[in-house]
Write a protein that binds this ligand. Structure first.
Ligand code: FHN
Length: 510
């Protein structure tokens, strides 16, 4: 009887194992246009991207003229979608560019403000869904060249930001409401599709020169951007959820390769293309498409597991869902510098970059609330930047007081919730080696570089170990580190010591 039970158990185990192996094999579907590599890119450009920590996004276009309001009415829509708000006719909107004259625009000033805020990269909307181009594209008349302003805004910004040492990425919307060949929507008819492929709105060959199908138009514009602005580091795509675009996996994939070939090191996120089955961001096998994950828009992952080990960025609005300039900021909660700093640290503690969006007005002014936010974040970054730049997830588990980041063997504890007893209890990880333990070797405040004291100040009870072998330190928080409600950073360094070495042990715990 016993032998029979053992035999049945053995056969069941084999069956389960075989089943799993078969499923694994079945799950990998051969793809032509899925991810072309797995794991992170390790070249210098991508390493630099990974160290940015903080970025700035700028949404700017003709939608900044109405700023969410038209003929006395206010739209609660995202301001950059104003053309679809129902408050303005398409014709009215498509003629706004004739008034676009941002006399207050000063690219150097914007770049200096971004620099002071601590941004290391900037993403600029060269063309949003409305199709208006902030560079003088030769493939359409709907550009800055035909506004009273005339000058090439993309060039001004690329030059000014690059001069400040801030890398520039060009936002480009695949959706283009202005181009007659563009067909919106997912369920396009075969007639729509024919237009998308073959649309020719031009009266003669001369007019048609340079204009091909919408696909060719898009390709031409992208090549034009990389040709005109060779200093940029990458392209940031949007609107690629468009049904027609998603059906073009092979064509878009070839285009991506072409763009990469003409601009070595080019960085493209996961919003550019779908695989042949229409899967975006991650392909049918679950592998990330292209260089970093762009799924985190206005939301941060909660855990490292959620990021699936990918590079990622999170783009964040200051009001709830307004990217372009909206005159009325009373429509939703407006984040504070404190909120944004907390998100910035959280993003970096989970290995991502955090990008804060700005929406300048129709004259080229950055609104005063945004200026104030940039200044406050910049002031915090001036003191605490080491906890952000090049710092990623730490060996510590998430703790109630805030977030921790790590660079080499240095760990930064960013404290957002100061305990009322002014004792910051820090839980230290266990060593993998049973004879070893981690102890804190150095503790100091980042703002002052003054050593922090642990409870007992050199006497006993500074250090605890629980039954599971975790160690805890209580760091004493003097009032002065908590300046006017600002989050502060404590730097610690961990050291592994042999717990049987009594001398080292005593030294470490007192
Ligand atoms: O529709 C756009 C929106 O206006 C804005 O540009 C954001 C930025 O990531 N992207 C789209 C929504 O995902």
């Amino acid at each position: 009887m016993k032998t029979k039970i053992i035999l049945i158990a053995f056969l069941s185990a084999c069956w389960i194992w075989q089943g799993t192996a078969q499923t694994d094999e079945k799950e990998r579907i051969p793809l032509k246009h899925g991810a072309h590599y797995t794991g992170k890119r390790t070249d210098a450009d991508m390493k630099r991207w990974r160290e940015y920590g903080l970025g700035q996004f700028i949404h700017w276009g003709v939608y900044a003229i109405p700023g969410g309001q038209w003929k006395g009415k206010t739209s609660t829509y995202a301001a950059e979608w104003f053309r679809s708000s129902g408050l303005i006719t398409k014709n009215e909107y498509d003629n706004l560019y004739k008034e676009f004259n941002p006399v207050a625009f000063n690219a150097e000033q914007w770049a200096k403000q971004a620099k002071q805020m601590g941004a290391r990269y900037m993403i600029f909307t060269t063309k949003h869904h409305d199709g208006f181009c902030l560079w003088p594209s030769k493939y359409t008349g709907y550009t800055i060249a035909n506004t009273p302003y005339k000058k090439d805004i993309v060039k001004e910004l690329v030059d000014a930001y690059t001069a400040e040492g801030i890398d520039v990425y060009l936002y480009f919307s695949i959706i283009d409401w202005n181009h007659p060949g563009y067909q919106a929507g997912k369920g396009i008819t075969s007639e729509d599709r024919k237009n998308w492929e073959n649309y020719n709105p031009f009266r003669n060959e001369k007019e048609k020169a340079g204009y091909e199908t919408f696909k060719e138009f898009t390709r031409n514009q992208l090549i034009e951007l990389l040709t005109n602005y060779p200093k940029v580091k990458g392209l940031w795509f949007d609107g690629s959820w468009d049904g027609a675009w998603m059906k073009e996996a092979a064509w878009v994939d070839v285009l991506g390769e072409e763009l990469r070939a003409m601009h070595p090191g080019l960085i493209i996120g996961s919003r550019f293309r779908a695989d042949e089955n229409g899967n975006r961001h991650v392909d049918t096998n679950g592998d990330l498409i292209d260089d970093y994950d762009q799924r985190f828009e206005r939301s941060l992952p909660s855990t490292l597991t959620e990021t699936e080990g990918n590079d990622w960025d999170c783009v964040m609005t200051i009001p709830e869902n307004q990217w372009g300039y909206h005159r009325d900021w009373s429509l939703s909660y407006v984040k504070t510098p404190y909120d944004l700093i907390e998100m910035l640290v959280k993003a970096n503690s989970l290995d991502g970059n955090f990008v804060i969006n700005f929406g300048p007005d129709g004259k080229g002014n950055i609104r005063k609330e945004e200026t104030e936010i940039a200044r406050e974040i910049g002031n915090w970054m001036t003191v605490n930047r080491d906890a952000i730049y090049g710092a990623h997830h730490s060996a510590l588990e998430k703790q109630d007081w805030g977030y921790s980041t790590q660079k080499g063997d240095t760990i930064y504890l960013s404290v957002f919730n100061k305990p009322m007893n002014n004792l910051l209890r820090v839980k230290i990880p266990r060593s993998k080696n049973k004879d070893m333990i981690f102890v804190i070797e150095k503790v100091e405040f980042l703002s002052t570089r003054e050593p922090a004291l642990v409870k007992g100040d050199g006497k006993a009870n500074t250090y605890y170990r629980d039954k599971s072998g975790f160690s805890y330190y209580d760091i004493i928080l003097p009032e002065k580190v908590q300046k006017a409600g600002q989050p502060f950073v404590i730097v610690i360094r961990l050291k592994e010591i042999n717990k049987n070495n009594q001398e080292a042990y005593q030294q470490a715990i007192t």
